[in-house]
Design a protein around this ligand. Structure first.
Ligand code: BES
Ligand code: MN
Ligand code: ZN
Length: 500
């Protein structure tokens, strides 16, 4: 898709379709007045006959003959002006893209709505709309024929129309930013959508290395032998049930000064989570190919950051394994010695994410990071608590948590904090080892984080449990069924803030 910024008089714009957002009951404003006059008051008549009123998601598409230079006009209802925000704009852009692509209209021009509030800046507006279009254009069609009947059009030429008084260069750099972020999100979605038969830990490693090589990011792999030599006992314990070799994947982006301590991202990379000997029920098990959603988010973020050339140093660490039941798998009751030296009693082999993260969190300490953020599809409990609207954030530093929540609001990828009071650690005390890997039913998301904290308390750390966010089960505008790439927009926004 070719995304550009345009200025100009509405009656003279050449485009297959001119898209105009209208607030509910607000058919005033220069643009709409000009347009209405240009098309013999067709707009006023449509409003009068109650065909269109600007209610959220409402649309009216019509040909305009030779009245305008544009061939068609799409009026799009933005809903109430009060409370309108970038989240709504991003969603509107995605919904518009879907409607037009379904009608095989891949090229159009979108007049950015003029909003009275000062809170909405030009760059924010352009970025949100551009992200809405770019993300709506995503498909995973690797295993589908290209010439399917009824296939919606891919977006081709999309222009964003800004006001004459607004700065074109500010708007253009916001488009570049949206493009870098969207490529990271789409890379993450592709990784999550890849089926388990294709997606071995090695596949994940090769995808990460391929991306890193293109962008000049340093990549290192630790294979099974190296992991054994160095004592990654918890990670190897999970991996031992699978025929596929585990890998620790390390990417290092250096955009900052040489001596600057890096920010570190750690992503859970379970390419398929069958549960191990504590086998999961078969219903819905197919979705467990998404158990590397944290890894995907971390890779997508480093890709976006490199695309934006942010002046920071960033490290990404991903433990990649497969959790399978077999004659060589770990058993409930087994005790593993982690890289940190701490021993772990494994009471449920399906609580494997925290085991591999324990070793990854210990390992990442070697980089002397100023901040560590881990991202993981860690617990089903977070879906019970928050559903599919927000990821949980927990950690040992309130300032970091606050910054992440803010970045979540700005990017549209929401976070909600859960407490991590010391008392919760009582639930993971073991009779036979330093810690056990399950804490019972109450507060499952928190006790998982309390477990991680035992391996992350030497540095400033936050944990994001994205189990409810990494996968879209139904599909909606801007987000087809499948991997979401959740975390890329949030983390990139956080890192943009850190680099200022
Ligand atoms: N990968 C799952 C968590 C998950 C559940 C992710 C649903 C996405 C959707 C994780 O490894 C897991 O199995 N967690 C267990 C932990 C329990 C055994 C303590 C869970 O949440 O049931
Ligand atoms: Mn599991
Ligand atoms: Zn898992």
């Amino acid at each position: 898709m070719n995304l550009t910024i345009k200025k100009g008089a509405v009656l003279k714009l050449k485009t297959p379709c001119l898209v105009i957002g209208v607030f509910e009951g607000k058919l005033k404003g220069d643009l709409l007045q000009q347009l209405d006059q240009g098309i013999d008051r067709a707009l006023s008549r449509a409003v009068k006959s109650k065909e269109f009123s600007g209610r959220k998601g409402e649309s009216l598409l019509f040909h305009v003959g030779r009245k305008l230079v544009a061939e068609r006009v799409l009026l799009w209802g933005l809903g109430k002006e009060k409370g309108y925000d970038l989240r709504a704009l991003r969603q509107a852009a995605s919904a518009i893209a879907k409607l037009l692509a379904d009608k095989q209209l891949g090229s159009f021009m979108f007049a950015l709505p003029q909003t009275p509030t000062k809170k909405i800046t030009l760059d924010g507006k352009v970025q949100a709309a551009a992200e809405g279009f770019l993300l709506a254009d995503y498909r995973y069609e690797r295993y589908l024929p290209q010439d399917r009947a009824g296939r919606p059009a891919q977006l081709d030429k999309v222009a964003l129309l800004i006001d004459d008084k607004e700065s074109k260069s500010v708007a253009e750099s916001a488009v570049r930013k949206a493009e870098a972020i969207a490529s990271g999100v789409c890379f993450a979605r592709d990784l999550v959508n890849a089926p388990g038969n294709e997606k071995s830990p090695e596949f994940l490693a090769m995808q990460a290395i391929g991306m890193a090589e293109k962008l000049g990011i340093k990549a290192t792999l630790l294979n099974r032998k190296k992991l054994e030599q160095q004592g990654f006992g918890a990670m190897l314990g999970v991996a031992q049930g699978s025929k596929r070799d585990p890998y620790l994947i390390v990417l290092e982006y250096r955009g900052g000064t040489g001596d600057e301590k890096p920010i570190a991202l750690v992503g859970k990379g379970v390419v398929f989570d069958a549960g191990g000997i504590s086998l999961k029920p078969s219903e819905g098990m197919d979705e467990m190919k998404m158990d590397m959603g944290g890894a995907a988010a971390v890779f997508g973020t480093i890709m976006a950051v490199a695309g934006l050339k942010l002046p920071i140093n960033l490290v990404a660490v991903v433990p990649a394994v497969e959790n399978m039941p077999s004659g060589t798998a770990i058993r409930p009751g087994d005790i593993l010695t982690s890289l940190s030296g701490k021993t772990i009693e494994v009471l449920n082999t399906d609580a494997e994410g925290r085991l591999i993260l324990a070793d990854a969190l210990t390992f990442v300490g070697r980089f002397e990071p100023r901040v560590v953020i881990d991202v993981a599809t860690l617990t089903g409990a977070v879906i019970i608590g928050l559903g599919n609207q927000a990821a949980a954030v927990l950690g040992n530093h309130d300032g970091l948590i606050r910054q992440l929540i803010k970045a979540g609001e700005r990017s549209g990828e929401r976070l909600w904090q859960l407490p991590l009071w010391g008392e919760y650690a009582e639930q993971i005390k073991s009779d036979f080892a330093d810690v056990k890997n399950v804490g019972g039913r109450p507060a499952g998301t928190i006790t998982a984080a309390a477990f991680l904290q035992k391996f992350a308390d030497d540095y400033t750390w936050a944990h994001l449990d994205i189990a409810g966010m990494a996968w879209e089960g139904k599909g909606k505008a801007g987000q087809p069924k499948g991997g979401t790439g959740y975390g890329v927009r949030l983390l990139t926004e956080y890192l943009c803030g850190m680099s200022q």
